[in-house]
Design a protein around this ligand. Structure first.
Ligand code: SF4
Length: 177
């Protein structure tokens, strides 16, 4: 039986959702029998691949790099899961861009004492005017809230997705809870 092509991605989040994913511990070995991990910060693959079956997306959409990756994920994934509260609601990252973080970064990297590194605009992705939850940018197939979602709930969700089982329906969103 061919393995499902599985991905995880990290946008504007703290990586805590990925840490919770790693808390699956020995269940990761069971998972490895069923999936091929084709993209993840854990695997350090540079380009998001084609023909992905399931992608868990951690974090909100905070800058142009996040936006581009979210659009690639949607175009190349059969199922996209909004993974954790930052992706589902924007959470803490949603507070920041409107506070003038872009100005702060410019001051630090272009006008600060060391002026280092130079070329900040080229090496730092441009911030969006507002940090957005994932479903405001791309269509999302299921939501897995929590900050972070605990490992047991991640396991329930991933097991259901891999088995092709329907997700639980709640008002206005499909969610695992
Ligand atoms: Fe971190 Fe919580 Fe956001 Fe996950 S939902 S990326 S744990 S802040």
């Amino acid at each position: 039986m061919s393995k499902l092509r599985f991905a995880t991605a990290w946008l504007g989040g703290c990586s805590g959702c990925h840490m919770s994913f790693l808390d699956l511990d020995e269940k990761l070995i069971d998972l490895a029998d069923k999936i091929e991990l084709v993209y993840s910060p854990i695997a350090d693959v540079k380009e998001f691949p084609e023909r992905v079956d399931v992608t868990l997306v951690e974090g909100a959409v905070a800058n142009l790099d996040n936006l581009k990756l979210a659009q690639e994920i949607r175009a190349r994934s059969r199922l996209v899961v909004s993974f954790g509260d930052c992706a589902v609601t924007g959470n803490v990252p949603s507070l920041r861009n409107k506070l003038g973080v872009d100005d702060l970064l410019t001051a630090v990297y272009h006008e600060g004492p060391g002026r280092h590194p130079t070329g900040g605009d080229a090496i730092m992705p441009r911030l969006l005017p507002k940090v957005l939850p994932l479903h405001q940018v791309i269509k999302v197939d299921a939501f897995l809230p929590g900050c972070p979602p605990d490992a047991e709930r991640i396991w329930i969700a991933v097991s259901a997705l891999l088995a092709g089982e329907p997700v639980v329906l709640e008002p206005s969103m499909r969610t695992f809870g």
